[in-house]
Ligand binder design. Structure first.
Ligand code: 13P
Length: 269
């Protein structure tokens, strides 16, 4: 069956006040009106989930979150569970973003090793979060991708395979089929440097082949794979036309209504 394209806006730590979030959705709604052709997801900071939920009511837009913790309740100060997100109207949740893994496209020179511990996502925690999302009825958007140094050393495919395999540890084929992966080459995130469409499609095909090797061709054929990393109106159509690229995870361009709407338009075309 054909895969429905999925465009998600990862607002990161932006537009997190009620006022900013509501204004962005107000601008966006008329531009992406209509439900056909692609799923569209907005992932604001936690603080704006409620405002965005209200602002998108009655539309086909879906609510996403940027992270979750793998326990449902307990003494975990500062953490947010999948149960809480589901209750807040969330249907998608980003897991294992490179920034959460402490792998930044734009260098953060003042992030000393001590500071970097705060961005300590690992393949093991990504797996726990992926399973927690699935168990609480959320669709995880599992992010994978190589750094520039890993690419230059010829390790792109190995890094991506390892990350996909680890995320899917002890996940059933049925659950895996519903997962969204996002291939986000770290060096293309926030840098304006986009991965060429042929290469992005090739690495997405590596993600799909990895899923096939763990399960079967049908599961791999069901999985949706986004490209992320400086995707914007002028390169979206080329990327989204490729056979293994089923959508986009959009950072910077998701903060401008016209740009995000143009990417959505390219996915629908
Ligand atoms: P940019 O689109 O700003 O490069 O960010 C991509 C990203 O990290 C989405 O999760």
């Amino acid at each position: 069956m054909a895969r429905t394209p999925i465009i998600a806006g990862n607002w990161k730590m932006n537009k997190g006040t009620d006022g900013e979030a509501t204004e962005l959705v107000r601008e966006l709604k008329p531009l992406v009106a209509g439900s056909g052709g692609a799923e569209v997801v907005l992932c604001p900071p936690y603080t704006a989930l409620h405002a965005v939920r209200q602002a998108i009511e009655g539309t086909s837009l879906r609510l996403g979150a940027q992270d979750l913790f793998w326990k449902n309740t307990g003494a975990y100060t500062g953490r947010i569970s999948g149960l809480m997100l589901a209750d807040a109207g969330v249907t998608y949740v980003i897991v294992g973003h490179s920034e959460a893994r402490g792998r930044f496209g734009v260098p953060e020179p003042d992030f000393t090793p001590d500071v970097l511990k705060h961005f300590g996502e690992t393949d093991v925690t990504v797996n726990r979060k992926t399973k927690a999302a699935l168990d609480t009825g959320l669709v995880p958007i599992v992010c994978v991708g190589e750094t520039l140094v890993e690419r230059q050393n010829g390790h792109t495919d190995g890094v991506v395979q390892t990350q996909v395999q680890a995320a899917l540890n002890a996940v059933s084929a049925e659950q895996a089929a519903g997962i969204v992966f996002a291939y986000e080459p770290v060096w293309a995130i926030g840098t304006g440097e986009v991965c060429g469409a042929d290469e992005a499609d090739r690495v997405c095909s590596v993600v799909r082949a990895t899923v096939a090797s763990l399960y079967d061709d049908q599961t791999a054929g069901d999985v949706r794979i986004q490209y992320g990393g400086s995707m914007k109106p002028d390169n979206a159509a080329d990327l989204l036309a490729r056979p293994h690229i089923d959508g986009g995870l959009i950072g910077g361009a998701s903060l401008k209504a016209a740009d995000f709407a143009a990417v959505v338009g390219a996915a629908r075309a």
